[in-house]
Ligand binder design. Structure first.
Ligand code: NAP
Length: 485
């Protein structure tokens, strides 16, 4: 494993939920695995008046919550804690950036990462502060957390404001789905195996399904979620990024721009959905009270921080078409929601039916490839095989590649990989400005058509697979949402 260069990781919003729950635990793992330069520093910033000791105590407590006990020894923690520091800084106070500059010093050899783990309303002020404070060295990088805007205009504004201070090659737009091990494996499957690529096209694939389902509700994020909804929170970024990785052409190389160029072409090939087509090819839903795992749960409108008349969608199903030579005529169905029956993220390729059946079979399900992102990361290929016995009778079986069993290594969290990629200066798993904007160009007319329709989101009972209209959306084409065999 490669160790990073010396670095300063400066986390704005360093006392927030994301920093405590994901970023600092991820950096801890990387520290423990010996992947961080010995003198790499992690400096957390927020407005709270905290001494370094008080801050460290907070991190220590939360680390025990989010890192499995057998990975945390007091010796490892003490070493990790030496890297950590806390600095009080208000992003709105320009003079606070001069203090930060003094703290960081001016060693040109150190990689400087500014991780903006705050609301996007602060991105502009932070970038201005960094610019005028002279903190943006040639080796500096900025990491932007989602959401990057609520529509095309706001996304463009954020890009312009950040772009006024940082060059595009210094900007790392996070979509943590791209850091997941199975997404990397999807690339390995597609571009590292000669038998796969010829099948990966309209001729052999009847349709593709991408599902990211959660059993959780909005939890404590009600105030944020009610302004966003599933389309902005999940589809515009995570689901469209997964679609790009499944559908893109083989890149000419592993150069970040070679890969991102191919993803961009997919976003630009998505057939726009406008006007009446939106009603036909999309479903938005909102959960009502129900039960998840046998436990009764509230409806969305009864959750904390939610407007009781809210029209915000907690479920989206879409039928997308990619109008290029590889995929024309092969629909891509996207589905995501909260308070669904199971928490899963998977991509399923359904292969075309046989031209005729020779043998009796317990099932006539076509072959399919299931790429599981969570839980139980792995690949499963559903085939038909002969059932033992005298009769020539077929039944469904699976070729199962469970990554945990095959590789017997600790599962690397997406943020671990992404954080060290930033320090190493690897841009491949981060979204480029034009990708982000192309995704908004496709999503925005759907949001506008929903708003203009004046229709309520379709209600679904918490703990189910969403509104009945979602089943109808896919069954109109003669298909059904994937269920385990
Ligand atoms: P959070 O818990 O509300 O934390 C916000 C952080 O920003 C706190 O440390 C806060 O500390 C600091 N802050 C607020 N105003 C500030 C100011 N004027 N100057 C300096 N610091 C300021 O939010 P979060 O959940 O960590 O989310 C952070 C970002 O990541 C958001 O954009 C969110 O959408 C995104 N995100 C979060 C998650 C998640 O799981 N939490 C997942 C994906 C994306 P003080 O108030 O003490 O200043």
């Amino acid at each position: 494993m490669q160790t990073t260069q010396p670095f300063d990781m400066v986390i704005f919003g360093g006392t927030g939920d994301l920093a405590m729950r994901k970023l600092l635990p991820a950096l801890y793992h990387r520290h423990r695995d010996g992947q961080l330069a010995e003198d790499g520093r992690i400096i957390c910033l927020a407005r709270d008046e905290l001494s370094r000791e008080e801050f460290l105590e907070r991190v220590r407590v939360r680390l025990h919550e989010y890192v499995q006990a057998h990975y945390v020894s007091s010796e490892q923690w003490e070493q990790y804690a030496r890297r950590l520091d806390y600095l009080r800084l208000d992003a709105m106070q320009i003079e606070d950036f001069a203090r930060l500059a003094g703290f960081l010093g001016d060693d040109p050899e150190r990689v400087r990462v500014f991780y903006l783990s705050t609301g996007p309303n602060l991105f502009s002020a932070i970038c201005k502060g960094l610019g005028t404070g002279g903190l943006v060295t040639p080796g500096a990088r900025v990491v932007l957390e989602k959401p990057l805007g609520t529509d095309l205009e706001s996304a463009r504004r954020i890009n312009a404001e950040v772009g006024a201070v940082f060059e595009e090659h210094q900007i790392y737009r996070i979509d943590h789905y791209l850091g997941k091990e199975t997404v990397q494996n999807l690339m390995a499957l597609r571009f590292g195996n000669s038998i796969v690529e010829p099948l990966w096209r309209r001729t052999w694939v009847s349709h593709v399904q991408i599902t990211v389902a959660e059993t959780l509700g909005v939890g404590s994020r009600g105030g944020f979620y009610d302004k966003a909804g599933a389309m902005r929170d999940m589809v515009q970024n995570h689901l469209l990024q997964l679609l790009c990785i499944v559908a893109m052409e083989p890149p000419a190389s592993t150069d970040p721009d070679a890969i991102r160029d191919e993803k961009l072409k997919i976003l630009r090939s998505l057939r726009p959905l406008c006007g009446a087509e939106v009603a036909r090819h999309s479903v938005r839903g909102q959960y009502r009270a129900g039960a998840v795992g046998g436990e009764p749960v509230k409806g969305y409108l009864q959750e904390d921080g939610i407007d009781p008349d809210s029209l915000t969608e907690t479920f989206v199903a879409l039928r997308a078409e990619i109008t290029n030579w590889r995929w024309a005529g092969t629909p891509f169905y996207l589905r995501t929601g909260k308070r669904l029956q199971e928490s899963i993220a998977e991509i399923v390729l359904y292969f075309r039916d046989l031209p005729m059946t020779l043998f009796p079979s317990a099932s006539h399900e076509p072959n399919r490839l299931v790429i599981r992102l969570q839980p139980d990361e792995g690949l499963r290929l559903a085939l038909l095989a002969k059932q033992p016995g005298d009769e020539m009778r077929l039944r469904p079986v699976q070729l199962n590649l469970a990554f945990a069993e095959t590789f017997k290594a600790r599962r690397i969290e997406a943020y671990e990989r992404l954080l060290t990629d930033v320090i190493h200066g690897r841009l491949t798993l981060f979204m480029r400005r034009d990708e982000l904007e192309a995704a908004w160009i496709w999503v925005e007319p759907i949001l506008k058509a929903w708003e203009a329709s004046g229709e309520l989101p379709k209600s679904y009972t918490a703990g189910t697979w969403g509104p009945a209209a979602s089943t109808a959306l896919i069954s109109r084409d003669g298909f059904a949402w994937h269920e385990e065999i």
